[in-house]
Ligand binder design. Structure first.
Ligand code: BGC
Length: 974
């Protein structure tokens, strides 16, 4: 079949492909910024403008450039020598990098390690799914009345900081299509006041609770709607977490595609139940921050994540499939390249996988400045460019906007393609019921992303003078969402170690426990503590620090850690620190509290100042975030998996000094991902470890619930905690130094990330994926496997489309439609769809990308929203009884792992993969039956030759159920 060569992997479309006259393609990228150099990657904080720094927002990363220019003009003395040296050094580095890049690039062309991926053109049109048919019919009526300029308006952002939200397109006024307001992010409404700072995605993943996933999404969307937002830029299911130190893993739900898929889909459903469009992001393989986009790190191109076809399907694209099946309105393509083609211009990814195979009916939006060519991206399947600027922040030189008008007029972008882009966006708007003006009044957001003042201008990104108007109405949309935030934070707290210590009570210990404890200490030391129970709270992470919003975009680690940093963070309305909650809740008549809220560990150095303490609760953390800013040595991605701010040292010292070594220690960790605990986990008086992830605004309250046993911990790890970073394998390492002008990151480990890697190589983790303790115990019984359908190798044939995409006239519109209307008052740098003159536009025969004329066969895995419907049919049901056989009520997280049958074929399978989970609340002694539905997709692997999901028909599948990926006490076969 035509795809055979692609079978081994995805394509490698030339990233240097140029298209038509109107295409400000990759050449332009070099031209516009060519004065920057590779050394800029250390200075990249200046590269991305952030809130309330308008000057920065107009200046791309010129720091490096300015420095070298001033060197050139310094002619005398040591400084000039130094400058010449620096320049020479930079020159040599540049030559070396270029040479390496050329070498790597050539090599890649000679023998592409991931196969030659075919181009996939033309873009499948939206409108084939029954579930969207009404919306497409309505959209078609509206789009057919739009002018060319209106259509372009709908597809193109108006530019960075040109509206009140982080992204705005422009309206199609005459037909009644409003300007859409797009806002980050996955854990709350970014840059807004009076909102809820929910726990981050990773904490949600750790709850393993579908209802909470949905509820958080819904509450988030209520707030978005009430703030005037149409499109939420979340949830995030990529990065998946290939590298445990990856900077943005915390925005997603955990290092497993199944968990990400369910959590992503539930969040999408929750958000969209309120009529707000969800955006699933970042498609795909944006696994690290280093080199994620051009120039941010000084290199002219973004990193290429090189992935084989099977791994792409079974790991990285998998959760996007769930989101599409859940009806997601929008998909954000990512910054990075995939197999050396930018994700937002990669026709195999967007046209082939997303729109054909997964049957995505909504629209593809670029990440902010992730578009690198005009015509190329349009043909490759991009539908909306954000924020609308071209290759630099706030430069106003869009790759679409007027250039898209030109491209349609000269025929280099087929009108059909533009019509499909617009129809997809308008259909999504109808699909979510946003035409209902009562729910979505056609107004601007009631807050501004760019100022906290009541008044401001509507387009602060433009230097044109503008009228001051009310931009912040300070509308409180929090309702009672703190309850959900707190529930997620509490259920997302994972108890990793507990040696008969937790829960404690607000009175400290019961009289009986306290007496026993004091007797034991007396026996050991000859000293007896009297009076109140003496508790110490340690660590900067327990306290408020300088307040939760002390650093822009939360880009520093100080005070207690409630979220990571970047576009995924919000302005905290408040953050209940652990110490605040504990101070309030401990019974002062029984407990004496001492606080040591810094990490200097300057106590107890031989002076015995902690000798009296009987319980020490010590807090430490590890932070990371989006690559546009850095803190200490954390440049987005963490440099290692250690606790930060001297955390390990603090814990070790507290453990040795607490009660002179006899005190009990509880360690609490807030972190963006796995941290190493080896320095202290086996210390005998470290009796308990709570891994609280990133809890959001209700941090302290949620923690207190767990410590005091109001809520029985039921969080489970959404990733593996290894003993060293090396344990995660070579694929687990961030690429910190560029290995070429286009850094190449080969995902050679294939399917073997996180627990799949630990299982395959028999590496004993410290705490395995899925692990989490409770104050009670559970057991399993009575597994029953009930087949629902017969095993067959392939899914049923791809169905014919249930609906016909709309069709429109293909006559190229009149040039007049794109001419600047004289009455418009133009704002400088604002992106309009208009041209000053169309005189030079000639309709012509422009070269289309290679392979444009050879429509590849439609995927047998496709055919409807979410792909071939048979992939979603249940083929087998597994029922298991779960019993609470411990002393108190609690919630179990039964997890089902599948083991593929052993085959004679060469297909390699992971030892086990997660394919089901649930959360079950049980009173002591209570039993409930849990039901796991396994779909065809759950039971299949991606066959690169057949280019389809294939079920193994010989030999039994094994289903093991238990409380973690390594605690599987019961199993059945099919
Ligand atoms: C991030 C996206 C975000 C966008 C808008 C980008 O830098 O990667 O996740 O939605 O900015 O703020």
């Amino acid at each position: 079949m035509a795809h055979d060569e692609s079978a081994q992997g995805l394509l490698k479309e030339s990233s240097t492909r140029r298209s038509r006259s109107s295409d400000r393609g990759d050449n332009a990228a070099f031209d516009s910024d060519s004065d920057l150099d590779a050394t800029d990657y250390i200075d990249r904080e200046a590269a991305r403008p952030t809130r309330r720094s308008p000057t920065a927002s107009f200046e791309p990363n010129t720091k490096g450039k300015k420095r070298s220019c001033s060197c050139l003009f310094t002619t005398l003395g040591r400084r000039s020598k130094c400058c010449i040296g620096v320049l020479a050094g930079m020159g040599i580095l540049w030559v070396l990098l270029t040479a390496t890049g050329v070498f790597v690039y050539r090599k890649a062309q000679e023998e592409p390690p991931y196969g030659q991926s075919p181009p996939w053109y033309p873009t499948p049109k939206g409108g084939i799914a029954a579930s969207w048919a009404d919306s497409y019919a309505k959209a078609s009526k509206m789009v057919s009345k739009m002018t060319l300029a209106e259509k372009v308006n709908v597809t193109t952002g108006t530019g960075w900081e040109m509206g009140l939200a982080v992204g705005t397109n422009a309206p199609a006024i005459h037909v009644g299509f409003p300007q859409l307001q797009l806002q980050d992010g996955p854990l709350g409404i970014r840059f807004a006041d009076n909102i809820t700072a929910f726990p981050a995605g990773i904490t949600v993943g750790a709850t393993w609770n579908r209802q909470l996933m949905y509820a958080r999404g819904k509450a988030h969307a209520i707030e978005a709607r009430q703030k005037g937002i149409n499109v939420l830029l979340g949830p995030c299911v990529g990065p998946l977490g290939r590298m445990p130190a990856g900077g943005r893993n915390w925005e997603g739900f955990g290092a497993d595609p199944y968990l990400q898929g369910i959590a992503g889909a539930e969040t999408v459903k929750g958000i969209q139940s309120e009529g707000v469009m969800a955006t699933i992001k970042h498609f795909v393989a944006n696994e690290q921050e280093h080199f994620r986009q051009p120039w941010e790190w000084g290199l002219p191109h973004a990193i290429s994540s090189n992935i084989d076809d099977r791994t792409l399907h079974e790991l990285y694209a998998w959760p996007f499939g769930d989101a599409v099946k859940a009806g997601v309105a929008s998909v954000m393509c990512s910054y990075n390249q995939v197999n050396n083609s930018y994700a937002c211009g990669n026709s195999k990814l967007l046209n082939g996988i997303l729109k054909d195979e997964l049957g995505f009916q909504g629209f593809v939006m670029s990440d902010w400045l992730a578009q690198h060519s005009g015509v190329g991206t349009a043909l490759a399947g991009l539908d909306m460019t954000m924020p609308g600027d071209g290759l630099g922040w706030a430069d106003g030189k869009s790759l679409w906007g007027p250039e898209l008008s030109r491209a349609v007029l000269n025929g280099s972008v087929p009108l059909e393609r533009l019509n499909d882009m617009v129809t997809r966006i308008v259909a999504a708007w109808y699909q979510l019921g946003q035409d209902d003006e009562k729910k979505f009044p056609r107004k601007q957001p009631n807050f501004s992303s760019w100022t906290d003042e009541e008044k401001g201008v509507m387009s602060p990104g433009s230097p044109t003078e503008q009228e001051q108007v009310v931009v912040n109405q300070f509308v409180n949309v929090q309702a009672n969402h703190s309850v959900i935030a707190r529930e997620v934070a509490a259920e997302g707290t994972v108890l990793l170690k507990n040696e008969d210590l937790l829960p404690i009570s607000r009175q400290g210990l019961s009289d009986e426990r306290l007496r026993a404890r004091r007797d034991a200490v007396e026996r050991a030391t000859g000293k007896r503590s009297e009076g109140k129970f003496k508790v110490g709270i340690f660590g900067e992470d327990a306290g408020p620090g300088n307040g939760p919003n002390a650093c822009k975009d939360r880009g520093c680690n100080q005070g207690t850690l409630g979220s990571g940093w970047g576009s995924g963070a919000v302005e905290f309305p408040y953050l209940v620190s652990p110490v605040e909650a504990l101070r309030k809740q401990f019974d002062k008549s029984k407990v004496e509290l001492s606080e040591f809220l810094d990490n200097k560990a300057s106590f107890g150095k031989g002076d015995g100042s902690l000798n009296d303490l009987e319980l020490c609760i010590v807090f430490a953390n590890a932070d990371a975030g989006e690559g546009f800013t850095k803190w200490a040595d954390v440049s987005g991605d963490r440099p290692d998996l250690r606790l930060q701010n001297n955390g390990d040292d603090l814990i070790v010292k507290v453990a040795s000094s607490c009660g002179g070594g006899t005190g009990d220690v509880v360690v609490v960790i807030h972190a963006v991902g796995p941290v190493l605990v080896e320095d202290w986990i086996d210390t005998p008086n470290v009796k308990a470890l709570l891994f609280a992830n990133l809890p959001g605004q209700e941090s302290g309250n949620a923690l207190a619930e767990i410590l005091f046993g109001d809520t029985n911990p039921s969080g489970h790890l959404p990733f593996t905690i290894g003993r060293t970073l090396e344990d995660y394998g070579a694929g687990g390492k961030v690429l910190y130094l560029p290995n070429g002008v286009v850094p190449q990151q080969d995902f050679k480990e294939g399917l073997y990330i996180d627990y799949r890697h630990f299982d395959k190589y028999n590496i004993e983790p410290r705490f395995e994926f899925g692990f989490g303790l409770s104050y009670t115990t559970f057991k399993f019984d009575n597994i029953v496997v009930i087949p629902q359908r017969r095993k067959t190798q392939y899914p049923l044939r791809r169905p014919n489309p249930a609906a016909e995409p709309p069709s429109y006239s293909t006559d190229i519109p009149s040039k007049e439609e794109a001419i600047f209307p004289p009455e418009i008052r133009r704002l400088e740098k604002y992106v309009y769809p208009y041209l000053d003159s169309t005189d030079d536009i000639e309709v012509g025969q422009y070269p289309y990308p290679d392979g444009y004329d050879q429509q590849p066969p439609l995927s047998e895995a496709g055919g409807d929203e979410g792909g071939n419907p048979d992939l979603w049919s249940n083929y087998v049901v597994v029922n298991v009884d779960v019993i609470n056989d411990g002393p108190v009520a609690g919630a179990a997280v039964p997890q089902l792992y599948l083991q593929y049958p052993e085959t004679e074929s060469e297909t390699d399978f992971p030892v086990r993969v997660l394919r089901g989970f649930d959360k079950v609340h049980l009173k002591p002694g209570e039993k409930k039956t849990v039901k796991f539905n396994l779909t065809r997709r759950d039971l299949s692997y991606w066959d690169v030759v057949a280019q389809n999901w294939v079920m193994v028909t010989e030999g039994p599948y094994e289903f093991s159920v238990g409380l973690s990926s390594r605690d599987l006490s019961i199993s059945g076969t099919w």
